[in-house]
Ligand binder design. Sequence first.
Ligand code: GLU
Length: 299
Amino acid sequence: MSGVITRFAPSPNGRLHPGHAFSALFAARYARVHGGRFLLRVEDIDFTRARPRFVEGIFEDLRWLGLSWPEPVLFQSRHVRDYCRALMELRRMGVLYPCYCTRREVRANTPPDAPRDPDGAPLYPGTCRARHDDGEAVPCGDIGWRPGKGPMPPAWRLDMDKALALAERKAGGALFWHEEGAGPAGESGRVMADARRWGDVILGRRDIGVSYHVAVVIDDARQAVSHVTRGQDLFHASAIHRLLQVLLELPEPVYVHHRLIADEEGRKLSKSAGDVSLAALRARGVRAEDLVAMFSDLP
Ligand code: GLU
């Protein structure tokens, strides 16, 4: 066995669609051709959306595709304390601050021509950035004190300038990651991890305590994932992940971003758009082999 470890890390917020099938097969085949291992991780920290029936659906769909994985499967919901610990560490480093802005306030304080992040959302205007030393609030504690408004759980934002300055000091220069796949503009090889484009991202969500970015880097390290294979929609988020890996002193995986599967009109498939699920395809008599045969560019 080689040291290659890949993973498929779906969020059980809906049924899987052909885009997930491609991604899962990509991860499994990448591990296989490199003599490595393929792992499954259920990213279910968002308890407002995750449902047990979707977890069952993930297992069913992946088995239908002919995939297998070592047990026990890692469920992120069982490790929230670790993600909180990482937030505390970032707080101690002085790069995380509580943010009490409501969505409406963020909108009201954001000029229409504000710069946008790679997903197209306007950057946070920095209203709460001065609150670094504000009050007693701690990440994942359920309450903070918003001056003039009383108790309220804050969201926790990364102070991007401070975080980058600290990380660049630790790394001895600008941050990069190694891309073995390709980004949306064909980026590959040594890619500059330009996290500044995301502004002060939320790392501790007000509703669920933590965020995807923190959980994913902790677990890729916990599971010793050597090659993070995933869709190009997460390509730019890798800059945030690289930054967090440096700050939290986690090992650096190689990234392998793959193309996204589009529907007939060329739109990206998504769980919410009522796209055709693998379960629906199966019910219509489509065989897994037929679907796999359509993916001619798998490893
Ligand atoms: N859980 C994420 C999703 O379903 C994928 C995370 C990742 O591959 O890094 O979109």
